[in-house]
Ligand binder design. Structure first.
Ligand code: PXL
Length: 277
């Protein structure tokens, strides 16, 4: 039997609202990957709610990872998500420099905002820090808002294919990365994922006539991370992730679940397990 792959997953832990580590843990597990959690903060619920409790873990990061160093851990991938400050971005950069080996895949989900705006209490200087962090990545999974910010281009809600290509080129001028700009919704309910991989551009489209939901970017990026360590081709992994998010979002909508509760993915996890079996 092949060894179980390990991903160091740097993200916050949100108790309610189906995002960050609460999503990465079940998804990586069902995909047969060990999720080694490195929590950046503990939130009672994500910041899309009226109020939230936050316990910042920046001061614990160095001691926490020193123990991993002592254990001599090796990761098949390092996957970062929500980071709460520029200082955390620097800590993650140092972590990558310390733990990356020649066979470690770096996945950066540059979580910072949606619908043209930064998330509540997300500082612009943290977003600026993420511009530097993405340079270290092999795979990045920005949504349209994040892609526009990374590319220093104004936000457009319905970009043309030419604009998407320009975004991808500006983010990764040398085409060294696998990039997917996720969940671009057009007026006729077509959801486009724009893929840039090895100098080739392609789109994966689906129809979903439902509003966007919290945490779907985390679901998407977690599947991409699990697929990457399982050597699934990037374009195939985008299809798997997009179909899974669509199914969960449509089900949640049908069930009348509030958008802030995130996408109800639990009933479909077994199907993801079958794909990765
Ligand atoms: O899904 C991204 C995310 C992660 N973590 C926290 C958030 C959000 C988005 O709102 O608030 C704490």
């Amino acid at each position: 039997m092949q060894n179980i792959k390990k991903i160091a997953c740097i993200n916050d832990f949100s108790g309610f609202g189906r995002c960050s580590l609460s999503v990465a843990l079940p998804i990586l597990s069902v995909c047969g990957v060990q999720c080694c959690s490195l929590p950046t903060a503990v939130f009672s619920n994500h910041t899309g709610f009226e109020s939230f409790f936050k316990l910042d873990l920046t001061d614990s990061f160095t001691e926490y990872t020193r123990e991993w160093d002592k254990l001599g851990l090796h990761f098949d991938a390092i996957y970062s998500g929500y980071l709460g400050s520029k200082e955390q971005v620097t800590l993650v950069t140092d972590f990558i420099d310390r733990f990356k080996t020649s066979d470690t895949i770096i996945i950066v989900d540059p979580v910072m905002g949606d619908n043209g705006k930064l998330y509540k209490s997300f500082a612009k200087e943290t977003a600026d820090g993420l511009k530097t962090l993405v340079k270290k990545a092999d795979i990045i999974t920005p949504n349209l808002t994040e892609a526009c910010f990374l590319a220093d281009m104004p936000y457009v809600s319905s970009p043309s294919e030419k604009t998407l290509r320009e975004l991808a080129k500006r983010i990764d001028p040398d085409s060294q990365k696998r990039t997917v700009i996720t969940g671009i919704v057009s007026s006729d309910s077509v959801i486009t994922n724009y893929i840039s991989c090895e100098n080739e551009f392609s789109v994966y489209e689906s129809i979903a006539d439902v509003p966007s939901r919290s945490g779907t970017g985390d679901v998407f990026a977690s599947i991409i991370a699990a697929a990457a360590v399982n050597d699934i081709p990037f374009t195939d992994s985008v299809k798997i992730a997009a179909d899974f998010v669509k199914q969960s979002a449509e089900y949640s909508h049908r069930m009348g679940i509030p958008d802030t509760d995130g996408a109800v993915f639990e009933p479909f996890l077994y199907k993801l397990g079958e794909i990765f079996a």
